[in-house]
Design a protein around this ligand. Structure first.
Ligand code: GUN
Length: 285
């Protein structure tokens, strides 16, 4: 028996229809939610992501602006762009596409974004909210992944969750969200010994490694929920971190790549942007 598919396209279509309604309601009150994306350099993968973010805004009726900065942009120039967007009332969400060229200080740039406009949830204030479980902006990829996990209807209390990957943008916040859902959480990474011993215990397995086909069927507990966050390119084809064809025979639920978590990431970004515009409007009243 094969796993059921967690379809990011279907879930996103439903969520984006709701988001579009909220956008329309805001427009009636004279506000068009606006997202600004800063892209430094010409990384082809980043260019595709940024284009998809713009398309998502268009689809839901939001305003979007992409600021393309040259590869050799200085830290001061980048931060000055961020400050202009902080002060711009047409912009409710600011996103600096990562990774940036090596000479730039990512953390310093992210710290310049006003926390209330930080729709990525990467500002230290929002990362702190995530850590303490208080209200703040939640990073888009883990938020989308959790939404997919919850859509299975499985009771998460006391479940073994294993996250492979410890990045600030996926692994760590993902683990924190699963902890908030009362899972027993293990974070595995490149120095983990006996990785398979951990993954085979997982009721919920999240792969955020960045290596095509890294998670094989022998690593998966029968009946597990498998969430594939990887976006890799092999011979021009997009594939995830999970050996989908074999793992789907063992899991109970699985996300495909493409059409899984990636689509949900952008949907959550749109949601975070509308929420920022709603918060801003309510603060002004
Ligand atoms: N690069 C890969 N994923 C992301 C993301 O969620 N946000 C930003 N800003 N950059 C990314």
């Amino acid at each position: 028996m094969g796993a059921q598919i967690l379809d990011g396209k279907v879930m996103s279509a439903e969520l984006r229809a709701e988001i579009a309604q909220r956008v329309a309601a805001l427009k009636e009150r004279g506000v068009t939610p606006g997202l600004a994306v800063i892209l430094v350099g010409n990384d082809p993968a980043s260019e595709i992501y940024v284009r998809n973010k713009g398309k998502g805004c268009e689809e839901t009726g939001m305003y979007s602006r992409t600021i393309n900065l040259p590869e050799q942009t200085s830290q001061a120039e980048l931060e000055s762009e961020i400050e202009k967007l902080n002060a711009d009332p047409a912009i409710h969400g600011i996103l600096v596409q990562l990774p940036m060229p090596k000479h730039l200080d990512e953390q310093a740039a992210l710290a310049k974004i006003l926390p209330e406009k930080d729709v990525d949830g990467f500002h230290l204030i929002n990362a702190g909210h995530m850590m303490t479980g208080t209200e703040g902006v939640i990073a888009c990829t883990p938020r989308g992944a959790l939404y997919m996990i919850k859509s299975t209807g499985i009771d998460l209390n006391g479940k073994e969750a294993v996250v492979i990957g410890r990045s600030n943008i996926v692994g760590k916040p993902m683990a924190m969200l699963l902890l908030r859902e009362n899972c027993t959480v293990t974070i595995c990474h490149s120095r983990t010994k006996d990785l398979v011993e951990h993954t085979r215990r997982a009721d919920i397995l999240v792969a955020a490694v960045g290596k095509a086909g890294f998670v094989t069927a022998d690593m998966v507990k029968p009946g597990a929920v498998v969430i594939d966050v990887g976006i890799n390119r092999v011979d021009g084809k997009v594939c995830g971190d999970v050996d989908f064809e074999h793992v789907k025979e063992k899991a109970s639920w699985i996300t495909p790549v493409p059409g899984g978590v990636g689509k949900m990431t952008i949907t959550m970004l749109l949601d975070n942007t509308v929420e920022a515009a709603e918060r801003n409007l309510n603060r002004d009243r």
